[in-house]
Design a protein around this ligand. Structure first.
Ligand code: SAH
Ligand code: SF4
Ligand code: F3S
Length: 493
């Protein structure tokens, strides 16, 4: 009789939404008797939760699935499942099935809640499975047991999907249309999280400003109202949210943040480009005048606000002049962090078909100029932090080094000396050293540290993803008999 696999490893790629969905997958696996592990060679099931946002993400994932082949050779009973945004696309699902005959299950983003059944089906029938539905299973997904692994941080979906169809972006195709969760569900989830000791709640949605849920009486609830109601909950905690769309970020939301007790003043506001022409071609529905006036409004109403952004370089048709306009926006907004990306063609999106695709060399050269300016801006901002004191939430610990890692209200991370019992506490930290954009601090009140009780947070673990090269070869050598993949044989009709 087949013994039940017992250990799982989930490899997550992509955004916070995916990190959180991996926590839901972990919940399903734990409900089915699996325990987490950190090494692919020890796992009875490995699940890839994939991302399709750019080509390099996909290449990495393909490479890693490829690397699992040797591990599966050594352990033919191990199951491999590939889910997430890549698998949601039929052509990729087919390619994964074809290229990697040792993959057991391929499932799309909308099949997540059904993962338990897929697993059962695979075990019962012995047949490989590929399922990607377009049907939303949101109601089911909301009821899943979540095995949270982000320490003091808890992710909370307020909505799923995206309606925006920015012309470069694959997300609307792999995540479906926008659906907002009912307010009461969100509030009760957050209340529970706070009672369990979580200290930083991040509200997740591709475009949180277009949240449009219902209250218990069926009345519409805007994002501003939702934030206001969450802010009114008792306790010491932080609220963050991602992502804001510059078209939809309203004055009401800015006002709620400005007057709140718990909402962080670090706001992620992706600009994407500084050129009106490019923004139009991206289907972003705002121009730079609107973006800059938002920045001004945020700065005026929230004096210690800190902005972060995403920028794409080399979008089809982007001229040198367009790119310079992007650099101008970067200078004006004085971002605390900038995520710069080279435009990557996504199959089935309008931009893929646009003429005037920019050549690789120009894209790379623009990204490198962007990164140089980014470093100048961020380093200059960071330098000003020296000798300032900030409230810090302690998020992780390196016990060997005796170091704590925490985040400021702005989202910036800082490290300083301290002990494990500080995890999950808000402490005051003075910045004592600045190295480029990295800051180091010291606890203002060392004695307070002694009074904190130790708490039981499940911290994110360093996964020894796929022991490559030497280790794989060793496994292969040790496993003399297995010259051929077991699942190869099984899959032959
Ligand atoms: N919903 C969020 C984030 C989406 S993905 C938003 O609207 O901001 C995160 C970032 O990836 C985007 O902000 C964008 O800058 C980048 N991105 C998306 N598609 C891309 C593509 N095809 N090529 C390069 N970068 C892309
Ligand atoms: Fe993609 Fe635009 Fe939706 Fe963000 S808002 S997920 S960039 S389509
Ligand atoms: Fe996120 Fe990547 Fe999907 S960024 S929504 S995991 S395509």
């Amino acid at each position: 009789m087949e013994t039940l696999p017992k250990k799982y490893l989930i490899l997550t790629y992509g955004c916070q939404m995916n990190v959180h969905e991996s926590e839901k997958l972990a919940g399903i696996l734990e409900d089915n008797g699996y325990l987490p592990c950190t090494d692919a060679t020890q796992a009875d099931i490995v699940v890839f939760n994939t991302c399709a946002i750019r080509e390099n993400a996909e290449q990495k994932i393909f490479g890693n699935i490829g690397e699992l082949k040797n591990i599966k050779l050594a352990n033919p009973n191990m199951l491999i499942a590939v889910g997430g945004c890549m698998s949601q696309q039929k052509n990729y699902a087919d390619e994964i099935m074809k290229r990697y005959p040792y993959v057991d299950i391929v499932f799309g983003t909308h099949n997540l809640a059904d993962f338990e059944n897929l697993l059962k089906k695979r075990k019962e029938t012995g047949k490989r499975i590929s399922e990607t539905t377009e049907d939303e299973t949101i109601a089911l997904r909301d009821k899943l047991n979540i095995s949270r692994t982000s320490g003091v941080n808890a992710w909370v979906n307020i909505m799923y999907g995206c309606n925006n169809f920015c012309t470069y972006c694959i997300v609307p195709y792999v995540r479906g249309r926008e659906i907002s969760r009912p307010e009461v569900d969100i509030i009760s989830e957050i209340k529970k999280l706070l009672s369990e000791g979580y200290k930083q709640i991040t509200l997740l949605g591709q475009n949180v400003n277009s949240y449009s849920g219902k209250d218990e009486e069926g009345k519409e609830v805007s994002f501003a109202k939702l934030l206001f109601d969450i802010d009114n909950l008792d306790g010491k905690f932080r609220i963050r949210f991602m992502t804001s769309h510059p078209r939809d970020l309203s004055s009401d939301v800015i006002d709620v943040i400005a007057n709140s007790k718990h909402i962080c003043h670090g706001i992620h506001l992706p600009v994407q480009s500084g050129s009106d022409r490019v923004l139009k071609s991206m289907n972003r529905h705002y121009d730079i005048k609107r973006y800059n006036s938002l920045v001004d409004e945020i700065r005026a109403k929230i004096s210690d606000s800190e902005l972060t952004t995403d920028i794409i370089v080399g979008f089809p048709g982007e001229t040198e002049e367009d790119f310079k306009a992007t650099l101008d926006v970067m200078r004006k907004a004085e971002y605390m962090q900038i995520f710069g990306f080279i435009y990557s063609k996504r199959k089935g999106t309008p931009a893929e078909k646009m003429e005037n695709q920019i050549d690789k060399k120009t894209k790379k050269e623009r990204l490198s100029r962007l990164l140089t300016l980014k470093n100048d801006i961020i380093n200059a901002k960071t330098a000003k932090m020296l000798n300032q004191t900030y409230e810090v939430l302690v998020e992780s610990v390196d016990e060997q080094k005796g170091l704590l890692y925490g985040s400021l209200d702005s989202g910036k991370t800082i490290s300083f000396k301290g002990t494990k019992n500080c995890l999950g506490e808000f402490v005051m930290v003075k910045v004592i050293q600045v190295k480029k954009s990295v800051i180091y601090g010291e606890l203002v009140d060392n004695t307070a540290m002694k009074t904190f009780k130790e708490k039981n947070y499940k911290l994110p673990v360093e996964v020894s993803i796929l022991p490559s090269g030497e280790k794989n070869m060793k496994i292969l050598r040790e496993n003399k008999q297995n010259k051929k993949l077991e699942c190869d044989k099984k899959s032959k009709k």
